[in-house]
Design a binder for this molecule. Structure first.
Ligand SMILES: [Zn+2]
Length: 130
């Protein structure tokens, strides 16, 4: 019977996995980027939280996967969009309106005749002549 290895769990959300854990993560995913699926060999890579911390993911080995540093930018943008979507859905399901104020209504357009009337220069002396 082989000895089981304890899963690495970060002491805080900022804690970085040590090299031995990074190696385990790399091997677990066969050295493939979990974002684009291509081999990582020779390129810079990072341990990415598969479920982002901002979306409730945990800083632990089972939630980490290798991704190219260049793929991280795409994933981070997607994570932020996901967070926004989840937040809006959660608020809506609880009857919370995220609208900041009343809907702004347009004053509408004046009929063409009224516009012509308004733009006509006013003779301020008219009406005062004797
Ligand atoms: Zn990639």
């Amino acid at each position: 019977m082989s000895r089981t290895t304890a899963e690495w769990i970060g002491k805080s959300d900022d804690a970085m996995p040590p090299p031995r854990v990074r190696l385990r993560i790399f091997q677990r995913f066969d050295g493939k980027c979990q974002e684009c699926g291509l081999p990582i060999s020779g390129k810079r890579w990072i341990c990415d939280h598969r479920i982002a911390l901002i979306n409730g993911g945990e800083n632990r080995e089972n939630n980490l996967g290798p991704i190219h540093e260049t793929c991280d930018k795409t994933k981070t943008a997607a994570d932020v969009a996901e967070k926004s979507k989840v937040y809006k859905k959660a608020a809506k399901n609880r009857g919370i309106s995220l609208r900041k104020g009343p809907k702004i209504r347009s004053g509408g357009f004046q009929p063409a005749a009224a516009q012509r009337q308004a733009s006509r220069p006013v003779d301020k002396w008219r009406g005062y002549s004797s």
